[in-house]
Design a binder for this molecule. Structure first.
Ligand code: GLU
Length: 270
């Protein structure tokens, strides 16, 4: 009898536990707030605006659009390249909208939305450095960020360089400016952001060759298909309505300091 009761209790816990976590979408709606993890020092994706002191950027606007579509408020939490996946796993953010490339190995741990941004990894170097490609980094130090694909890709592309990994990209930029590294490497728009935020942008150049393809996805916890469907449908709706293009041009259009031609098309389900 005692055993039967124990089994019943265990089943009960299992059942309520399953119910309680059955639907992240409903949980967020009931809470009334979508919690998004964004970068706070990665221009122009997520950074603190000097005048308003608010977190702004392309990833922030993507989060706002999704929160509005859900009919809830938005709370932003700062994440780094290294902390974003653990924060999704812990449930401290509902979505990581944080310049995160959708990698198959990352998909083993969390789930991703469809691609909402496309970039590639490049090198930022001083104009007079003489460095023209990855081959020239042999025996040299290169700065990037911990937990990024940039860190891994550069090691593969140039096994004979030393990779200095920092928490944030501005620290990597500083290392290059102090002569501790000959280049900064990451996605080209982040490099444009670093260059454009520098008091003397003309001192730095982005080399044309891309080391990798970096399709960004929004990171969410695994096995929440209703939530993921909602995010994907919202991204597609944003693209179809033209709002994506407006937001894209606001941050990456020809009028900006971070111009990246929109050369790819979002996967649109009919
Ligand atoms: N998109 C790359 C990544 O997901 C590099 C940018 C970043 O560190 O967030 O790792």
């Amino acid at each position: 009898m005692k055993r039967l009761v124990l089994v019943a209790v265990a089943l009960g816990i299992l059942f309520t536990g399953t119910l309680a976590h059955a639907n992240k979408l409903e949980e967020i709606k009931a809470r009334g707030t979508l919690i998004c993890g964004v970068k706070d020092s990665t221009v122009p994706f997520g950074y603190v605006d000097e005048t308003s002191k608010q977190l702004v950027g392309f990833d922030v606007d993507i989060c706002k659009y999704i929160a509005d579509a859900m009919g809830v408020g938005l709370e932003l939490k700062a994440v780094t390249s290294a902390s974003r996946i653990p924060m999704v796993l812990q449930g401290s953010v509902d979505i990581a909208a944080a310049t995160m490339t959708h990698k198959i190995e990352r998909d083993d741990v969390i789930d991703f939305s469809i691609t909402y941004f496309m970039d590639g990894q490049k090198l930022l170097v001083p104009v007079d450095s003489g460095i023209k490609s990855v081959a020239d980094l042999k025996g040299k130090r290169v700065a990037t960020v911990k937990g990024s694909t940039s860190e891994k890709n550069i090691r593969e592309a140039q096994p004979d360089c030393t990779v200095l990994s920092f928490d944030e990209y501005p620290q990597a930029m500083l290392a290059m400016k102090q002569g501790k590294a000959v280049a900064v490497t990451t996605d080209s728009t982040i490099l444009l952001g670093l260059r454009g935020s520098d008091p003397e942008p003309s001192k730095w150049e982005i080399l044309p060759d891309a080391i990798s393809i970096e399709p960004y996805g929004l990171g969410i916890v695994e096995n929440e298909s209703k939530f993921r469907d909602f995010i994907n449908k919202t991204l597609m709706e944003m693209w179809r309505s033209g709002e994506y293009k407006t937001t894209y041009d606001k941050w990456f259009g020809p009028e900006t300091r971070f111009y990246l031609p929109l050369t790819w098309t979002m996967e649109l389900w009919p």
